[in-house]
Design a protein around this ligand. Structure first.
Ligand SMILES: Cc1cc2nc3c(=O)[nH]c(=O)nc-3n(C[C@H](O)[C@H](O)[C@H](O)COP(=O)(O)O)c2cc1C
Length: 182
């Protein structure tokens, strides 16, 4: 019974993540990505969840020149955080970030509007005197896909009667779960 419930929790987590890919208003569409550089300085930022390999990986897109990729180059261990305030569910993930070379021609849903985000002439984070000084070079697409291969997932559901907290670890291709004191 206990194991069944843990399986159901893990199933709920993956289903919530999958629905975020198609439901525009899903709170799981945006995740907070934490990285750390060699010196141990931690940075966080929001990124859009773009794809899922159920039971294995979460995918986001970014600019090849971004600070997050510099961090990942120094330390590929990352953490992801989701919170759904509607059902008071928090999901935390740990994993290894792998930067993929992608031919954007293969990305069927990659519209021109989104292409622009990856074509700034200067690298993201460069200081400019005025936002209007930001220019684009549509010939140079600095696009990167990052796959986060998950090794650990944490779950917390707040409930007036009893909070439910669980932790899951991936061992090979199986996920092993435990309940924890919230
Ligand atoms: C709602 C929201 C979604 C975002 N999605 C992305 C994204 O998918 N990829 C990305 O690189 N930056 C995204 N950003 C911008 C990042 O939060 C961040 O400001 C930017 O990538 C620079 O981060 P870095 O300097 O730490 O690399 C998003 C910002 C917001 C507010």
């Amino acid at each position: 019974m206990k194991t069944n419930s843990l399986h159901a929790i893990l199933d709920t987590i993956w289903s919530k993540l999958e629905s975020a890919l198609v439901e525009r208003q899903s709170p799981f569409k945006i995740m907070s990505l934490a990285t750390s550089d060699q010196a141990g300085t931690v940075s966080q930022r929001s990124v859009v969840l773009r794809a899922i390999e159920r039971g294995y990986a979460l995918v986001f897109y970014t600019d090849q020149r971004s600070a997050k990729l510099r961090d990942i180059d120094q330390n590929d261990q990352v953490s992801l955080l989701f919170y759904d305030s509607n059902d008071q569910v928090q999901v935390t993930c740990q994993g290894v970030a792998q930067v993929k070379n992608v031919d954007t021609a293969d990305l069927s849903n990659f519209s021109l509007r989104y292409r622009k985000d990856y074509t700034t002439t200067l690298a993201p984070g460069t200081s400019v005197g005025d936002p209007e000084e930001v220019s684009y070079d549509s010939d140079k697409l600095h696009f990167a896909q990052v796959n986060v291969i998950l090794s650990k997932i944490g779950y917390l559901k707040l409930d007036r009667e009893r909070h439910i907290r669980a932790s899951f670890k991936r061992i090979d291709n199986d996920w092993v779960g435990d309940y924890l004191v919230p």
